[in-house]
Design a protein around this ligand. Sequence first.
Ligand code: NOJ
Length: 718
Amino acid sequence: MCESRAPLIRVLLVGCLTAALPAATPAQHLDSLLARMTLEEKLGQLHLPSANQRANREQLDLARRGLAGGFLNVHGREAARQAQQAALAARHKIPLLLGLDVIHGYRTTFPIPLAEASSFDPELVEAAARMAGREARAAGVNWTFAPMVDIARDPRWGRIAEGSGEDPYLGSVMAAARVRGFQEHVLATVKHFAAYGAAEAGRDYNTVDMSDRTLRDIYLPPFKAAVDAGVASVMTAFNDIGGVPASGSAWLTDTLLRREWGFDGFVVSDWTSVLELLQHGVAGSRAEAGRLALTAGVDMDMVSGIYLDSLAALVRANRIPLAVVDTAVKRILRAKVRLGLFTDPYREIPAPNANAARALARRMAHASIVLLKNEGNVLPLARSAQTIAVIGPLADNQLEPLGPWHAQGRRQDVVTVLAGIRAHVGTSAQVLHAAGCAIEDTATAGFAEAVAAARRAGVAIVVLGERHDMSGEAASRTSLGLPGVQQRLLEAVHATGTPVVLVLMNGRPLILEWAAERVPAILETWFLGVEAGSAIADVLFGTVNPSGRLPVTIPRTLGQIPLYYNHRNTGRPPSDSDKFTSKYIDVPVTPRYPFGYGLSYTTFAYRDLKLAAARLGQRDTLRASVTIANTGRREGTTVVQLYVRDEVASVTRPVRELKAFQRVTLRPGESRTVELRVAVADLAFWGPERRFVVEPGSFRLFVGPSSAEGLETRFEVR
Ligand code: NOJ
């Protein structure tokens, strides 16, 4: 993990602290401010109402009375200035946190986080987050509700689109990268704490129940990585874990986050999740819900309004210690000091150059595309001398590539696949276009035109998938095929005999067995943002060689879910020769495409896996080297992945765990030896004594281009 930028925010913060408060230390200043605040003003700092781009009259009035700690959904210079002015008119002139869901871009929409994770390129992901943070700050936003780091093993859950997929290590690397990137300009929020991605049956907001071990080993590491990277705030989740709602869990927010991990920022609830403690059935009144959340350590109440309207009476009745309120208020004030708001509440930085932002979005989109299949080298396409049919409801669609969260992203800024292809071929090829059907309709009247276009063409690019709002929040699905009649359209185009390239746009893994078996070329593009069409055309024509890798497993059938690469072995691992082993009688146990998988237009050979030392102590670092050769005819990038398997331990361990990766770009014929390192301490797991341990013993080690392949060796830990 690159640590180089991590201290930057701290340096900035310290700079702000001294600039803002020259006469007294920050702690003294905050204490004296706190001493002058009324109880209502204190509770006001813990109150986070939602606006509709601008604060309304009532909300501005609240700010003028010092009864709001911030707003969410106020953005744009004017609106931000107006809100800050209102807060500065209050007695204590405490500026506002202005929070927004800047998830994958503010004005320039980047690929969705799941797509960005496919890049396995944390530096690029960090740059994208930095750009998003900069655009947001230029529009008055000083706090983003990102990164979302929920591990997701169930593609029915629509919010899989917002995270980095199924793997704790990849998720941790991406979490830290995004925190570093965002926090150069705004405060970041790691969410949703915790285990929200494990909603039963993939149904959003559903209950979660899991072992302590799975929580520690799989779901929590990306949060810990964000905390270690200096994230300023943590958002609690909507779900309960084994009967304890996350927004009222003292164990999560106090014991684990603050005491064990040393988190020193503030905790915000999710939207009305404090109020929802009533629905969960752990509080019988608004006041009780508020008391539960605040005393658990949830400092700021998003939208419910309960802290402000119901907690003063409880404090006065000694049912909530005043010290609990004071501590929460101090955390919020410290965040404002960190941002430099007391020195310069408006902090109007210039918006970044729009072309530079788009160029970065295009690079990010290139790196996010995963080539799933390329039989007979259908791709890349020749630029000229052929007629190209561009078919499907997503081929010329400017809305869907923006994905489920797009802040100020605008559809008119989106380059569609059709436009991208036209820009590439100019007049050297004829481009035919037919939508064929709508994304979800049952109407097939457009099929004839699509089939006719395919018949006239040398190749059919068929762009299919989901609407942008079929993933993201409250968008769980129980069938993961192509919506509407898109599958039938694909079959009709395929039946013409014209070679088909399937371009998928979707926010989650789809189950596409028919296509995987029959369509010669498939590109998984997720939702790539404003530069979707340009980036896809760059890949289709080979200007860019695809290098993305799957951050999630793609199952063969819905019935296999949850399916993930880092599963445990069981006492009866699947075997073809023995019926009584862990498998299905109607479908192979393996996925359609495994985690870490993705093709290139060139080929790579991996050889000479060597360890610097095969016997290691607890404080050592494993060093594995491998030589990679580009054995094809184009320059290309492979993602070298290192996995381990702890062979014998006191508890059952995953069959493989990703521990390191590296992108390696090679010219044709070039080979390079690369070294990957893993600290032995990072092999730790949640042991039987309920603490992290690295147990001595032997480990298998795999280095290869996906979780299902690779060279193998072994090493010992003493
Ligand atoms: C609810 C979502 O769960 C959360 O991710 C988001 O940040 C808030 N709403 C604020 O919009």
